[in-house]
Design a protein around this ligand. Structure first.
Ligand code: URA
Length: 230
């Protein structure tokens, strides 16, 4: 919400009074005087007028979870356990998942209450890579390296996938880095070559790597350095 509108919406205030209060430097956002009423404030910002708190500022929350197989990347599910069931945190209803994983896919999952931050992490425009360890039923055809780098046509969405990097680790094992997140993308890319993905594990999202200390089902808060990286 724009700061001037937020101030004007306070009891006994008006747009004119809000402009005057802002111009006088009496409105602080996170401890700093802000005179530009057109700037946006978020639920995470603390706003004060003189010494009176107008908005306390919710704590922004960021977690990395080692997703185990057999749970749904959703906030609620009528049938199966969800990844949120693994979190012992207050305000779980405010949290969302930044980049879902399929039911049996394991690995790095990021959970937060900050929608702007999670969009920066997941939107294709930011070009942050997501790296997966893949195991397949049949040997991986080395031609996949070039074809994945060129992009594959997905008829359903009528699009060509962004260039992806495939590194062969063994006859049926590879590391794949994508720069977008289409529905079942890894499985569909290998499916294009009639190969079935038997195991899929996300190791990394942009600058965030799954903490090797986390066992499947465990999670921890991101450090300020980790949240600042995106
Ligand atoms: N691609 C898939 O096919 N599944 C996932 O869970 C993630 C990427």
């Amino acid at each position: 919400m724009r700061l001037d509108r937020f101030i004007a919406s306070q009891p006994h205030c008006s747009p004119r009074k809000a402009r005057l209060l802002l111009a006088s430097g009496r409105v602080l956002v996170n401890g700093q005087a802000v005179r530009d009423g057109t700037c946006d404030i978020r639920v995470f910002d603390q706003v004060t007028l003189d010494n009176q708190t107008l908005q306390t500022g919710k704590p922004a929350r960021f977690f990395m979870l080692h997703k185990p197989p057999g749970c749904v990347s959703a906030t609620a599910d009528p049938q199966h356990p969800t990844v949120l069931d693994l979190l012992d945190e207050p305000d779980k209803a405010d949290l969302h998942i930044a980049g879902r994983l399929d039911f049996n896919t394991t690995g790095l999952l990021i959970i937060t209450n900050d929608g702007l931050w999670s969009r920066r992490l997941t939107q294709p425009e930011s070009l942050l890579g997501k790296t997966y360890r893949v195991e397949t039923e049949a040997p991986i055809d080395p031609v996949c390296i070039e074809r994945f780098a060129q992009g594959l046509y997905f008829r359903f969405e009528n699009l060509t996938t962004r260039p992806a990097e495939l590194e062969l680790l063994g006859p049926r094992q590879a590391r794949l880095t994508l720069h977008e997140g289409r529905y079942h993308q890894v499985k569909r890319m290998f499916g294009h070559f009639n190969n079935r993905v038997t195991r899929l594990h996300r190791e990394r999202m942009g600058p965030l790597t799954l903490d090797p200390q986390l066992q499947p089902g465990q999670y921890r808060a991101l450090t300020p350095a980790e949240t600042a990286l995106t």
